[in-house]
Design a protein around this ligand. Structure first.
Ligand SMILES: C[S@@+](CC[C@H](N)C(=O)[O-])C[C@H]1O[C@@H](n2cnc3c(N)ncnc32)[C@H](O)[C@@H]1O
Length: 246
């Protein structure tokens, strides 16, 4: 775990928290990506114990609550994000931990039916340890579903009508995201690294999704300086993976 990076990101997320309040939570998996309503990756949530990794403002946990999950648990690095989540969800109905996903702050093992993470996993400074933790939290047969910006998306830049491949897809490691004004350090992993690290930690991969959705409504809702119809027509915006603990 890279404590210096985590401390920088904690500070940035505490500052940025209001900007991200309720942005693209479940049933959305990400900007211009298919939703849970369409994909049905989580199955029947009723009566299930669920854990949200990087739960942010708690809106995906609220979705789980509305779908009658029996227990709501969440973990996030940022104090401000968790304050927002604590206000959104009625006090005591969710167990929220302020901690990096690279560590287990006291989450039970072999306990959860569903662990999920919406646009948070690419912040981890230790993918292997994070996925080992997630594997340990799940019951045998439990599922892990995550979404993150597709690793090819930030390699390509739009320049007028052209798309330019301006960084190597092969290059992994820490980077400062262009769309962030404060210092915020994300981690670049290839699709194969995500999949192989899941497999090496005992997961069985069930589904991998790279599709985009470009209806007028999607484009109107999600377009901004980072996500555009033109770019998303050529490059996937979001990587979504469903895996199971065997
Ligand atoms: C885009 S937000 C997540 C949104 C949320 N999952 C939802 O569905 O509404 C990303 C979150 O990752 C958290 N984060 C960043 N680095 C982290 C780390 N190392 N461990 C845990 N959480 C982290 C941030 O504080 C932020 O709340």
């Amino acid at each position: 775990m890279d404590s210096k990076t985590i401390s920088i990101n904690k500070h940035s997320w505490d500052e940025a928290s209001p900007r991200f309040y309720g942005r693209n939570p479940l049933p959305e998996y990400g900007p211009l990506a298919p939703t849970e309503d369409e994909l049905q990756l989580l199955g029947n949530i009723g009566g299930k114990k669920v854990l949200d990794i990087g739960c942010g403002s708690g809106h995906s946990l609220q979705y789980m609550k509305n779908n009658h999950a029996s227990e709501l648990w969440g973990l996030d690095l940022s104090h401000s994000q968790l304050q927002a989540a604590g206000q959104l969800l009625i006090k005591d109905e969710a167990r929220l931990f302020e901690a990096p996903m690279e560590e287990n702050p006291g989450i039970p093992r072999d306990y959860f039916d569903i662990v999920y993470s919406i646009y948070a996993l690419g912040w981890t400074t230790d993918l292997d340890q994070t996925l080992a933790n997630i594997h340990s939290y799940l019951k045998a047969g439990g599922i892990f579903v995550f979404s993150w910006e597709h690793p090819f998306y930030n390699r390509v830049q739009q320049a007028g009508d052209s798309l330019i491949l301006n960084q190597s897809y092969h290059q992994e490691g820490a980077y400062a995201h262009e769309a962030w004004s404060q210092p915020a350090i994300m981690q670049q992993f290839k699709v194969s690294t995500y999949l192989n690290t899941l497999i090496n930690n005992g997961f069985m991969i069930e589904q991998v999704i790279e599709e985009v959705r470009l209806s007028e409504e999607d484009v109107e809702k999600h377009s901004n300086r980072w996500y555009s119809f033109d770019k998303a027509s050529h490059v996937p915006t979001t990587l979504i993976v469903k895996a199971r603990k065997e």
